[in-house]
Design a protein around this ligand. Structure first.
Ligand SMILES: Cc1cc2nc3c(=O)[nH]c(=O)nc-3n(C[C@H](O)[C@H](O)[C@H](O)COP(=O)(O)O)c2cc1C
Length: 172
């Protein structure tokens, strides 16, 4: 799909069909995530692949927003590996993970799947459920699957501010 059409077509899919996602398709998404840029190319992302029924059951304890998807990817960052800005010690791990997440959403859509970025989850419960070490921060969850035939964008999808409300020229 042409890029401009891809980004305009994508929407948060919150209703999925029962069609399973083939392993080759998961690998295709992971490959498109792998090539994302990260600060100083440190690649601190850690992507937890949740594919079994047990994994998905556990995910329901972490968030109300699994949408009964057949699978999910959880994008985490390893803060020990991420670039740290020398001026203020800002750790870039979450930004890097956000770029990976964006690739995942667009890759999924390009492959005919749907996903939603889920930030509303309990990180403590998530950590415990999937044995995250202390240096790994869960950043975003992506329930993924084939959209149900009647899946459609939620009302917020169409609500984008006009460009002149979010763009500042020359100076604040
Ligand atoms: C950082 C972030 C966190 C989000 N968390 C959730 C969430 O927890 N649950 C949910 O249903 N949607 C979540 N969303 C999806 C947004 O609500 C959605 O992207 C936005 O309303 C625009 O709609 P669209 O993706 O269909 O264009 C999140 C999106 C982002 C970028």
């Amino acid at each position: 799909m042409e890029f401009s059409q891809l980004v305009k077509d994508r929407y948060s899919v919150r209703k999925f069909s029962n069609q399973p996602v083939a392993e080759s398709t998961v690998q295709a998404i992971l490959e498109l995530a792998r090539v994302a840029p990260t600060a100083v190319n440190k690649q601190p992302q850690r992507i937890l692949v949740l594919r079994t029924a047990k994994d998905m059951e556990k995910l329901k304890e972490c968030t109300p927003y699994t949408f009964d998807a057949p699978m999910a990817l959880a994008v985490c960052c390893n803060h020990d590996e991420a670039w740290v800005r020398p001026y203020d010690s800002y750790n870039s791990g979450v930004i890097d993970a956000a770029i990976i997440g964006t690739h995942i959403m667009l890759a999924a859509h390009d492959l005919g799947l749907g996903s939603t970025w889920v930030g509303h989850f309990d990180p403590a419960v998530f950590r415990k459920a999937y044995n995250l070490p202390a240096n790994i921060e869960p950043v975003a969850l992506f329930p993924i699957g084939y959209p149900a035939p009647d899946a459609k964008p939620a009302h917020l999808h169409a609500k984008r501010r006009p460009q002149d409300e979010t763009t500042v020229y020359d100076s604040f």
